[in-house]
Design a binder for this molecule. Structure first.
Ligand SMILES: [Zn+2]
Length: 391
């Protein structure tokens, strides 16, 4: 074998794509635990969280900017499952008459379009995820079970993982949130966390067992939550650091966006919260794992936590007509505005001023290394205010 052939082969092996092996089938399990405060979960000794790689993240968009949304369940779960904030997906409150905007479909619909024969399941305790916000969007799911207890959700999910091709499975456990609302932080909340953690353990055991039995499958497990909690743990919905603090955990080692916080200097958020990954990162991570190319026209706000990060912390400063981002890449970023390519420039410049200004709301996409990151601006004529009823 020539040296160049050897180097090529070594390179392929290092990238994990041995040409002698057929590609493995991607599978994803997303476990949502409602209303889990990261530091309380971390304080539980010997939890199954410790079996996963995880990092802090934020919910609720950027406070005071176009992406701001209430730290509540409807907007939170739909953001997690679509990869965009509520100013795009439209589920701005828990009002059950709201439906996800068809222009920003959830993982269920995107995967169904890309993989017509995929087995897709959504099994939830809190019904409106399935029965309201994603009612039409997830119409072609193979399983859509709602209003189950956490125990029933878990049994149903274990059954799906046992008996079906289980290409994408979303489960939502609600009891930690219910315990928080009933009595705030304390022993009842910790007990609910312990029980949810036990259910996580059973699901992780099942995925490990299945992975061993099916080495041709490549499993991604994501664990996350929809929002944090207020000071005493009873409520949530506001913009405090604690309510905005969530986490993203995975059986796979995730990229720098989760593991190496990057501070947006002009607006770092409380205790640099915006340097961490956003709740919008989950959907693009799953789409990339499932081998879908992330298309700029999808206008996903989040960037994937697997593979290239793209530009990080893409954001707009409407007052100075500038897009800003963090990047140390030597590559070029392509900037799209309302589906038109505007300019290509070095990512290391980390800013671009729109010569047309930002008086009108617009959809920008910053594309680097085949990884898009979108920003929707809002018109400068009105200050952005979340309506009280959103909480
Ligand atoms: Zn709640």
């Amino acid at each position: 074998m020539s040296l160049s052939a050897l180097l090529l082969l070594t390179g392929l092996l290092l990238k994990g794509c041995d040409p002698r092996e057929p590609p493995r089938q991607p599978k994803t399990l997303i476990i949502g635990m409602d209303g889990v405060q990261l530091d309380h979960y971390e304080a539980l000794p010997h939890s199954n969280l410790q079996r996963l790689y995880y990092g802090k993240a934020y919910a609720g968009g950027i406070t005071g900017r176009a992406s701001e949304q209430g730290t509540i369940s409807g907007p939170g779960w739909v953001t997690l499952l679509t990869g965009v904030w509520a100013n795009k997906h439209g589920v701005v409150s828990n009002n059950e008459s709201l439906r996800v905007d068809p222009a920003f479909p959830s993982l269920f619909k995107r995967l169904r379009q890309a993989m017509p024969n995929a087995y897709i399941a959504s099994v939830v305790n809190w019904p409106p995820i399935n029965t309201a916000y994603l009612l039409e969007d997830a119409q072609r799911n193979d399983v859509r079970d709602s209003g189950l207890t956490d125990q029933q959700v878990t049994e149903r999910a274990l059954d799906i993982l046992d008996k079906t091709s289980a290409d994408l499975t979303f489960v939502q456990l609600d009891e930690p949130d219910q315990a928080g609302h009933a009595s705030g932080f304390g022993s009842a909340y910790d007990l609910a966390l312990r029980e949810a953690d036990g259910r996580l353990g059973r699901l992780l055991d099942k995925v490990e067992e299945r992975s061993q039995a099916h080495p041709d499958e490549d499993w991604l497990v994501i664990l996350s939550t929809d929002h944090g909690r207020d000071q005493d743990g009873q409520g949530h919905g506001g913009t405090s650091e604690q309510e905005k603090t969530i986490f993203i955990a995975s059986n796979k080692r995730l990229n720098a966006e989760l593991t190496q916080p990057s501070i947006p200097d002009d607006n770092p958020g409380p205790n640099n919260l915006y340097s961490y990954a956003a709740q919008t990162a989950v959907a693009p991570t799953v789409l990339r794992h499932m081998n879908l190319d992330l298309l700029p026209e999808w206008k996903l706000d989040g960037t994937p936590l697997l593979g290239d990060t793209g530009v990080r912390k893409a954001r707009a400063d409407e007052a100075s007509d500038r897009l800003l981002w963090n990047s140390s890449s030597q590559g070029n970023v392509i900037i799209h505005k309302n589906d038109q390519v505007m300019v290509e420039l070095s990512a290391s410049q980390q800013q671009w001023r729109d010569p047309q200004g930002m008086r009108q709301g617009a959809d920008y996409v910053l594309e680097l290394d085949g990884t898009p990151a979108a920003v929707r601006t809002h018109p400068m004529s009105r200050p952005f205010v979340i309506e009280e009823s959103s909480y």
